[in-house]
Design a protein around this ligand. Sequence first.
Ligand SMILES: N[C@@H](CCC(=O)N[C@@H](CS)C(=O)NCC(=O)O)C(=O)O
Length: 308
Amino acid sequence: MPLPIFHHYPQSPIAEKIRMTFGIMGMEWQSVHIPRIPPKPLLMPLTGGYRRTPVLQFGSDIFCDSQSIAGQLGLQNIKPSAYQLSNKALELILGSFGETILFSLTVRVVLTSSMGVAPEEFIKDRGSLYFEPGWTVEEMRDSLPSILLQLQAAFDLINHHLLENGPFINGDRPSYSDAVVQHCVWFLCGRWEGGNEFIKPFDAICKQRDLIASFGHGTSHDISAEQALETAIKNPPNAPKGINCTYTGGLKYAQKVKIRPNGRTSDPDVIGALRYLDETLIIVDYAHEDAGQVAIHFPVLGYQISAL
Ligand SMILES: N[C@@H](CCC(=O)N[C@@H](CS)C(=O)NCC(=O)O)C(=O)O
């Protein structure tokens, strides 16, 4: 099996979370840079229209969303591992807190502070993904102090844990959950002028930051998006098939389903044939002339899944 292919762009904080995880694992991977805003014509054939960053590709198995990427990295037989399998639930629960609390607060601080500075097209695009429909610049600016109070509270909880149990979330062993915290620190400090001052009081988070930075991003090799598509065409999907949970939401094997992130966002729907469903994972079959037959993996948590 060829090396995994990571579709990302350097400025993406969620991609940075996975790059940090590659570093913790000392992993070797292939890198494809994708555009920061649509159109993404060389990615869409692989993802069935899913437009977010990052995406991880193993042959023609496509992992959308960092939670399904983290799930897959946890299964890799690589030492050091992304996390100990016995700890998988806590790692992914922290991943969920990382996205719904830590990242969503951080992204609001970064986007609000770059309004009037970053290109309007970029702010409009990201606003349509992360803010309520009808949001206004004034509203965002007015709520900034309250967002920062919440972010301070979230960092304080993590700092407390690290002081008691650190230097990593799991004591002496770095893992995915450290990247969950640190990609937000990376984003906040890299893209908001107040970031470094803001995290300074959190000693243990600052120490964790230096340690995680010292692992780097593993070893990457640049390839083209066309090579990634060729890899998908040449390798059949390895994903399992079937329904493997008690409550199925009425979904049936092979039927057409629609998948989209929670919330009223501008994300397009992904439509495919249900290949596999368990409590935490959904996989759909999808075909495109540029990518061949692919199996697209999504986490169940965080997504609206319905029959067509
Ligand atoms: N739930 C997704 C969120 C991913 C996400 O929102 N990524 C941002 C970049 S950090 C994004 O997709 N921005 C729009 C884009 O890249 O087109 C995950 O965990 O992977």
